[in-house]
Write a protein that binds this ligand. Structure first.
Ligand SMILES: *Cc1c(COP(=O)(O)O)cnc(C)c1O
Length: 421
């Protein structure tokens, strides 16, 4: 089975004249269309907003696109807040969903007017002491054994995030007594989930909890944030989540459970990263060696430092060899990078066409948690990021790292002076 590419081999070849491989290439049109599909699935929902999870692809040029499509930014650290502000998002277009947070981060989030999403009951006091309580506070709920979770995020009762249910009741009472006026409720129980029903069930869980919280404490939630985690079809035989069906399923619950109650018009928020940019980013790399030992290896010029998901999660990323799509995929190979770690493999025992040194390989679905997870272990450098604009032009949105970048946190000159080298 094949996955389609929004560019041709000769187009890629022309890019390599200016940008040596490896590099990332993002497709603006695809990103915009993902934003629009999600927004249209929730067009019925009063005040719906998706906050793009910045950690998936932290680049201001990308945040500019998602902002133009009406998305906010979900940040988990101070630099992500700064980046989002740089891309023009402030106030309640920023969601600050952090954990194990430090006071100065809360302070900055407050200064920017971000919606602060607390990860623990003890953080109410901590926030009050370090930054003061804002007018609006949100809590992150961990349903524990009530929900199953999945492989990336783990089982909720083993996950470090969020409040237990009883702590929510206590927490909103504390907020009310402290004079907080506006309240939100958040959860994030799955990552890369392809079963749309899962999100409908998450909405049911939060609606039900919102109703019970209101009955017992009088707290009037302004929004529920269903979190991110909408999956993408990494494998060519998988189907994308039917967003329209998810939106309609949640709408039916909303009409049953919320409309006509004191909670109406409860806003629905989400904070997906992967489904917005994941399928619309590609890691382009060149085959440089072919090695025949106990197995066949194709060595490429990218490595796990450029894309860690296969090594970290055993994640599948589809690989195309542009120009050889129609050749028989009869070679069983491991596609490997150059790290001194044996999990530095983009594909294991994958059926691919005969690959020669110099062939370009496209690693699909690398637009989220791809470049962002890059690292420099083993003296590896992070690659450039390029943006394929809707008009067909290509813009460099991040340059490749150089050796100077690698050394820049070392003061090599004073080292040499001290050692007399
Ligand atoms: C990572 C993360 C997201 C985004 O997850 P995706 O799988 O990219 O949709 C959203 N919210 C929180 C709190 C996260 O940690």
């Amino acid at each position: 089975m094949q996955k389609q590419l929004p560019f041709t081999e000769s187009f890629l070849r022309s890019l390599t004249e200016k940008w040596p491989t490896p590099f990332y290439l993002y497709d603006e049109a695809g990103i915009r269309s993902a934003c629009r599909s999600l927004n249209s699935a929730f067009a019925w929902a009063p005040g719906f907003r998706e906050y793009f999870a910045v950690k998936a692809l932290p680049n201001p040029w990308i945040l500019q696109i998602t902002r133009e499509e009406g998305l906010g930014a979900d940040c988990s650290s101070l630099p992500e807040l700064v980046l989002s502000e740089t891309a023009g998002m402030t106030g309640e277009h920023l969601m600050f969903t952090s954990n194990n947070t430090q006071g100065h981060e809360y302070q900055r989030a407050r200064d920017l007017g971000a919606i602060i999403n607390l990860d623990d009951l003890t953080h109410i006091d901590y926030l009050q002491q370090t930054a003061g309580l804002p007018e609006l506070v949100c809590f992150r709920y961990n349903p524990g054994p009530a929900r199953e979770g999945n492989v990336i995020i783990g089982r909720p009762e083993e996950a470090k995030y969020g409040f237990m249910e009883a702590q929510l009741f206590e927490g909103y009472r504390i907020l009310q007594q402290a004079g907080v006026q506006r309240f939100g409720l958040h959860t994030m129980v799955a990552s890369n989930e392809l079963n749309g029903d899962f999100f409908v069930e998450t909405a049911r869980m939060l609606f039900d909890l919102a109703i019970r919280l209101h009955a017992e404490t009088g707290v009037q939630l302004e929004f529920v944030n269903l979190g991110g985690g909408i999956g993408i079809p990494y494998r060519p035989e998988q189907q994308p989540v039917d967003l329209a069906a998810v939106g309609a399923g949640i709408q039916a619950l909303y009409e049953q459970m919320i409309v006509g109650t004191a909670l109406h018009p409860l806003r629905i928020l989400m904070e997906n990263g992967r489904m917005i940019t994941g399928p619309h980013g590609y890691l382009i790399t060149t085959a440089i060696h072919h090695k025949h030992i106990y197995r066949e290896y194709v060595g490429v010029d990218a490595c796990m430092a450029n894309l860690m998901r296969p090594g970290m999660y055993g994640a599948y990323h589809h690989i195309s060899v542009p120009g050889k799509e129609d050749q028989p995929h009869d070679q069983l190979v491991d596609v490997v990078g150059s790290l001194c770690e044996n999990n530095d493999k983009f594909a294991i025992q994958r059926a691919l066409p005969q690959i020669e040194a110099g062939d370009l390989l496209v690693i699909h679905d690398a637009g989220a948690h791809g470049h962002a997870m890059g690292f420099q272990y083993n003296g590896k450098l992070r690659s450039a990021e390029l943006l394929l604009r809707e008009d067909g032009s290509v813009q460099q949105i991040r340059r490749a790292e150089t050796q100077d970048d690698y050394f820049c946190t070392l003061d090599l000159d004073s080292f040499r002076t001290a050692m007399g080298h």
